[in-house]
Design a binder for this molecule. Structure first.
Ligand code: G1P
Length: 290
């Protein structure tokens, strides 16, 4: 069994009910942050973390994701003929990020159910999970997925990315508790999906990135439906935690959840204000608004 993290699974099958009507026919993962779809940032993070093989879990109305990562020879010839080298290079880079595969989740059964569809593809090695509607910008040079892979390659078991959230938000996340064994590294002994604030073991919220042991599939198979009647990845991880180590890493960075309207708009402003070609004019415009 390989102990290096080479594969990633990106769940992108969810209907996007927090973002209707746009998410009816346009995958929320294909919404742009300035000019790049969210899922491209996610695949770029995986690639920058040393991952060479990506499996995207899709469903009805998610075909645009496949097209985005598929070569477009006619478009490339057109760009070449017009001398648009920089756009052409960007397209080619996009196609060489990783080997990308797809699997369908036929009906919505929760995050845990989506991950189960990756079982045959992943096989018997640790793998990353990156939620396809969330960009996680690391404030250090290492992407957060790479930081988690380092934890698993050093300590074995599984690891999840954590952020502290305010008490009123703990009921929206998987919440982890346990002793801090090194600065920012928690050895989990409790893990609950979306607890009430008075029942939460801490305010450490799981934050869209995981590196999982392949033993997770066995636990997913044997976990009953949880919150919302769905198969919860958190519940299967809580069961796995009794067999193998689970670490939580409090990372230094920012999470942009694009699946809801306000955070999507904030993220667009955040990324646009970092762009030299857009920021000065946008800043002037914003001043006239507020
Ligand atoms: C999912 C997980 C939850 C996690 C959250 C953010 O919830 O079930 O444990 O904290 O993603 O990563 P969702 O946002 O899909 O309801």
């Amino acid at each position: 069994m390989s102990t290096k993290v080479r594969k990633a699974v990106i769940p992108a099958a969810g209907y996007g009910t927090r973002f209707l009507p746009i998410a009816k026919a346009v995958p929320k993962e294909m919404l742009p942050l300035v000019d790049k779809p969210v899922i491209q940032y996610v695949v770029e993070e995986a690639a920058a973390s040393g991952i060479t093989d990506v499996l995207i879990v899709i469903s009805r109305s998610k075909r645009a994701i496949e097209e985005h990562f598929h070569p477009a020879h006619e478009l490339e010839s057109e760009l070449a003929a017009k001398g648009r080298t920089s756009d052409l290079n960007d397209l080619r880079k996009l196609q060489n990020l990783a080997r990308i595969h797809y699997v369908w989740q036929p009906k919505m059964g929760g995050l845990g159910d989506a991950i189960l569809y990756a079982r045959d593809h992943v096989g018997d090695e640790p793998f990353a999970v990156l939620l396809g509607d969330t960009v996680v910008a690391s404030h250090t040079e290492k992407p957060v997925t790479r930081q988690l892979a380092d934890v698993v390659e050093t300590h074995g078991g599984s690891a999840v990315a954590l952020q502290r959230v305010s008490p009123d938000k703990v009921s929206r996340y998987g919440i982890l508790g346990g002793p801090e064994v090194a600065p920012g590294l928690i050895k989990a002994d409790v893990f609950v999906e979306k607890p009430k604030v008075e029942e939460a073991p801490s305010n450490l919220a799981v934050s869209a990135r995981y590196v999982l042991s392949p033993r997770i599939f066995h636990h997913l198979q044997n976990t009953p439906p949880g919150k919302g009647g769905e198969l919860q990845l958190t519940d299967a991880m809580a069961s796995l935690m009794r067999e193998e180590a689970l670490h939580g890493l409090v990372y230094d960075g920012q999470r942009h959840d694009i699946g809801n309207k306000l955070d999507f708009l904030k993220a667009n402003l955040h990324f646009a204000l970092q762009r030299d070609d857009i920021a000065p004019a946008l800043r002037e415009y914003l001043k006239t608004l507020v």
